[in-house]
Design a protein around this ligand. Structure first.
Ligand code: DA2
Length: 288
């Protein structure tokens, strides 16, 4: 089993994460709170109320979890592709690509990574939605004092299942969209690379960026549902399940609700995934 794919996935994911987290905070707030008039309003209010640190709320935990999640994503994708095609990453460059294999490998990686991602993503979303400025000594404490306190509180209040709140919506979001993610990336690399050669850095950047945009555009409706299910406490739950969340969000806010965060998701997706794929390819090449 090629383990370097797991390591490269981890490092490249961490680089993408730092670049994309401020966009992610704005997106989560727009999707789950109705107090903002749009991206700029959310950015201005976050900055005024919480300073630049507000944009980086909830980042320490994903920094740690990205090690698990991105290495599972890239490691499973590559290893499933090796199993389906009986060729390594490097050997595949010289052969015609079977897009069905790419899609199956991407979807498989999507399912597995969503279960690893679920508790980390839940904690991130809960922390990002705490809009109070940092606690002052003697002042009121926010509900969650940090990622470990957040995990412990959810566990105490809702049991282990509470940590997987929203995981079905996450699987629905990530399975097809990660198939599409790798399909777009491999397809664009093939299109702009002469047969048998490795894609240039510019090709990898552009293909990675567009893979991110294509996957996040299609993921946004389920991303909204996922974030709402995650903010819905297990006990005092407002929604009875995914379908109830879809129908009540639609009834109350119209079709536009499913596209909330689309612009910011797409703006974030290009740089994050361009950097992720470039560093991933670079590391694999360096370790050959
Ligand atoms: C549409 N989805 C769920 C994805 N494309 N997922 C892959 C994540 C890649 C990168 N860390 C990111 O956060 O964009």
């Amino acid at each position: 089993m090629p383990v370097e794919e797991f390591a490269a996935g981890w490092i490249s994911g961490a680089l993408g994460l730092v670049l994309g987290h401020p966009f992610d905070t704005v997106k989560v707030r727009l999707q789950t709170q109705t107090t903002y008039q749009g991206i700029v309003d959310c950015m201005v209010k976050t900055y005024r109320h919480e300073s630049v640190l507000g944009f980086f709320k909830g980042m320490s935990f994903p920094m740690f979890s990205i090690a698990v999640v991105n290495s599972v994503l890239f490691g499973v994708y590559s290893n499933v592709l090796v199993a389906l095609t009986a060729t390594s990453h490097q050997e595949r460059r010289g052969q015609p690509l079977n897009y069905t294999h790419v899609f199956i490998a991407g979807c498989t990686a999507g399912v597995l990574q969503s279960y690893c991602l679920a508790p980390f993503d839940l904690i991130k979303v809960r922390l990002q939605n705490q809009t109070e400025p940092r606690a002052q000594p003697g002042g009121p404490q926010p509900r969650y004092r940090g990622p470990v306190h957040c995990a412990a509180t959810i566990f105490r209040e809702d049991g282990p299942r509470g940590l997987f709140r929203g995981s079905s919506a996450l699987v629905l979001r990530d399975t097809p969209t990660l198939g599409l993610y790798f399909l777009t990336y491999e397809g664009l690399c093939r299109q702009y690379t002469p047969d048998g050669q490795n894609p240039s850095s510019a090709t990898v950047l552009v293909a990675g960026g567009f893979a991110g945009i294509a996957s996040w555009i299609t993921a946004t409706p389920f991303d909204v549902i996922k974030s709402r299910m995650q903010m819905d406490g297990l006990r005092q739950g407002k929604y009875k399940g995914i379908l109830d969340c879809v129908s009540s969000s639609f009834r109350q806010e119209g079709i536009g609700v499913f596209f909330r965060g689309l612009t910011i998701n797409s703006a974030r997706a290009f740089p994050v995934n361009a950097v992720t794929f470039l560093s991933y390819e670079y590391l694999l090449h360096a370790w050959e």
